[in-house]
Write a protein that binds this ligand. Structure first.
Ligand SMILES: [Zn+2]
Ligand SMILES: [Zn+2]
Length: 186
């Protein structure tokens, strides 16, 4: 009969992408009992890292992390930059996000301010977006905004300013509250 516990396949000397296995490191522990063998690997970049054998053999891990970093930074570089409004990710600046709203919903000036009913001047972030960001651009530093156009409403300059001053969340509740008082059923 075989002894209790499985004998890990010896991976020492095996190369996975940029990683070469140099030694058996240990075994991961799981709450359910048992575990996966882990291996000390040396990356081509010189970094040593302990990786699960399972992740090595499945091809999930092929570097210390330097490979993924290089791929994503070259992808970034190949775009026109995150400040551009056509940037589709969350990594968009305050101005870029507002321009994105323009292209998604049209000019704010074609809408009425949600607070006072005057002609709107700007798209104003309503808050509550799970992907909310804080501007680090000099002109708008500290302003919260969303990369998602659905979280914007048209506002005139005055109301937008009010909103961004901090009591915006309360204003928004007032705006949403205009539909309360449902007609009697039947
Ligand atoms: Zn590396
Ligand atoms: Zn207004």
């Amino acid at each position: 009969m075989s002894p209790r516990g499985s004998v890990a396949i010896d991976l020492v000397g095996t190369t996975f992408g940029r990683l070469t296995v140099v030694a058996r490191a240990g075994t991961t522990t799981k709450p359910s009992g048992g575990g996966d063998p882990t291996w000390a690997c040396r990356c081509e970049c010189g970094t040593e890292k302990v990786i699960r054998g399972k992740n090595l053999r499945s091809g999930q891990v092929r570097s210390c992390g330097c490979l993924a970093r290089e791929v994503s930074s070259s992808r970034l570089a190949s775009r026109r930059g995150e400040k551009h409004f056509q940037w589709k990710g969350d990594a968009i600046g305050y101005d870029g996000a507002h321009q994105r709203v323009d292209s998604a919903k049209g000019k704010a000036a074609d809408h009425q301010c949600v607070d006072c009913g005057d002609q709107a001047d700007d798209w104003s972030y309503v808050g509550g977006c799970p992907r909310e960001r804080v501007s680090d651009e000099p002109k708008t530093i500290g302003c919260v905004y969303s990369p998602d156009p659905n979280y914007y409403v048209p506002r005139c300059k005055k109301c937008h300013w009010h909103h961004d001053r901090g009591d915006g969340r309360r204003d928004e509740r007032v705006v949403r509250g205009t539909h309360q008082g449902a007609p009697p059923a039947g």
